[in-house]
Design a protein around this ligand. Structure first.
Ligand code: CMP
Length: 139
């Protein structure tokens, strides 16, 4: 089925001017960008977005990193969008990511790993609603 997922192009990628290169890989994987905006996340936004990781030892650093520069938040649409996106992103740690994936190609580290993607349809809906109003998504 055609579904939607939520993606973030992270500060390590925007800093290296890779917004287009990353988006091209998403598009070549069969995903369509149906919403996109460049923002600088506030500390409150980043803390709330990553609340599920609040007890993890890397939470503070993760929030610092995600607020260290601009990000591009996107809604992606395609056949099985969540899985399709996770496949093209590759493993969280670039050292474990397969050849041809975004993280293998561009990520700097497990933290500065260039992209975020929702891990389920349910989380995709929550994450999309966190950053976008319905009228900002044009399918
Ligand atoms: P993301 O998909 O955005 O979801 C949570 C993020 O936490 C993850 O990508 C990584 O960027 C980061 N992360 C996960 N594990 C670690 C770790 N061991 N050390 C630092 N950052 C991590």
């Amino acid at each position: 089925a055609v579904t939607r997922t939520f993606s973030i192009i992270k500060p390590d990628a925007t800093r290296r001017n890779l917004t287009g290169a990353v988006t091209k890989m998403l598009e070549e994987a069969g995903l369509r960008v149906v919403a996109s905006k460049r923002i600088h996340m506030s500390e409150d936004q980043a803390k709330k977005f990553y609340e599920v990781h609040a007890e993890r030892p890397f939470y503070g650093e993760l929030v610092d990193f995600m607020t260290s520069g601009p990000v591009v938040v996107q809604v992606l649409e395609g056949e099985d969008a969540v899985k399709r996106n996770r496949d093209v992103m590759g493993a969280t740690n670039p050292a474990d990511a397969a050849d041809g994936t975004i993280r293998k190609t561009y990520a700097e580290s497990i933290e500065a790993n260039s992209v975020h993607g929702s891990d389920s349809d349910e989380n995709a809906a929550t994450e999309i609603a966190f950053f976008f109003n319905d009228d900002e998504i044009v399918g």
